[in-house]
Design a protein around this ligand. Structure first.
Ligand code: SF4
Length: 341
């Protein structure tokens, strides 16, 4: 049985987990290609106009899998991945919200992954899922252990500062090869010593790490700055960034973005922060303003870039260069002048 896994939304966070689980079941997950024009166009054609860009891309990736001979698509409903948080409502609506766009004849395998119900319940869900595929409970438990190991390994690589391509490439061997052929991934040619700035790029991983969706922003930014990501930050750094809040943020991504964004703003080694958002994102509408307020209080250069399917590269480059010029002038010259008057 060939099981397809769309390279969209959850892929950028949890693919190592699911690749490990399916390996434990002795099944291989086949990923869709990197996002490209055709994927985007198919997504726009088949997805609801009302939804956000990442869900449109997900629908495009599902179409791409149909041409790869997969028997079924794996699309879990990730309800909660850590204590006291949920994923965003659009992600909770999967897979039902995209059923209409699933190509005819392609089955959909799904399960509810909800850590709020406790580990024991999660393991039971995985056992039931595995039994539905003709596997045993022991194989499911074995898969769960492997899944946890792979996910922890991936996250520790990211915390060490390894790039997304390098870290994910260990679990998705097709990634490194494809990325090398199509686009400059993580900007491997850049001359690190030439960059005078350090800029943190905060946002959902399916935007910051998908180079087609973000119009190759990381490579462009990397030509003039050391780029820091939220995935590099250890959980303590995120907690520290959240400390000043009166209420806890209960959407997982928003929580990470908020905590990492605030920590980067308070970090003297970081010269500026860019928030990469997308049109139609409910949680971003709140967090980008909260991060902006902290940046204003601490006088840190801050910019929001909002993407949608109509975003053009020229507009992005203009805004990026203006931001980097301003930040560079500030870093190099500000202390030469009196701020008074
Ligand atoms: S968090 Fe925002 S961008 Fe992500 S799926 Fe939800 S609405 Fe879309």
């Amino acid at each position: 049985m060939k099981v397809g896994y769309p390279r969209a939304v959850h892929y950028y966070d949890y693919f190592p987990f699911w690749a490990g689980f399916f390996r434990g079941l002795d099944l291989e997950l086949i990923t869709s290609p990197l996002t490209n024009r055709q994927v985007l166009e198919q997504g726009l054609k088949k997805a609801s106009d009302e939804t956000c860009l990442p869900i449109k891309l997900l629908v495009g990736h599902i179409q791409a899998l149909s041409g790869m001979g997969v028997d079924a698509l794996f699309l879990p409903r990730m309800v909660s991945v850590e204590e006291k948080t949920y994923l965003c409502p659009k992600l909770l609506g999967l897979p039902e919200s995209v059923f209409a766009s699933v190509p005819e004849g392609m089955g959909v395998l799904t399960l509810d992954f909800n850590m709020r119900q406790g580990k024991r319940r999660v393991i039971r869900t995985l056992e039931e899922f595995a039994e539905g595929l003709g596997k045993t409970g022991a194989e499911a438990r074995q898969g769960f252990l492997l899944a946890q190991n792979w996910q922890e390994h991936y996250e520790s690589r990211r915390h060490e500062g390894r790039s997304f391509g390098e870290s994910m490439g260990e679990f998705d061997p097709r990634l490194a090869g494809e990325a090398g052929r199509t686009i400059r991934f993580d900007n491997p040619d850049r001359d690190e010593s030439a960059a005078v700035l350090t800029v943190a790029l905060v946002g959902h991983p399916y935007l910051t790490q998908d180079n087609y969706a973000n119009l190759n922003l990381v490579a462009k930014l990397g030509e003039r700055a050391h780029v820091r990501f939220i995935e590099e930050m250890e959980p303590q750094g995120i907690e520290q960034g959240l400390q000043g809040l009166h209420k806890s943020v209960f959407w997982s991504h928003a929580r990470k973005i908020m905590g990492a964004g605030a920590s980067y703003i308070g970090d003297e080694a970081v010269d500026g922060v860019i928030y990469l958002s997308c049109f139609g994102c409910g949680t971003d509408s709140m967090t980008q303003d909260m991060v902006a307020r902290i940046a204003r209080q601490q006088h840190k250069p801050y910019m929001v870039l909002t993407l949608d399917e109509h975003s053009g590269e020229a507009g992005l480059v203009t805004r990026l260069e203006a931001f980097l010029d301003m930040t560079e002038r500030r870093v190099q010259r500000e202390s030469n002048f009196s701020a008074h008057g």
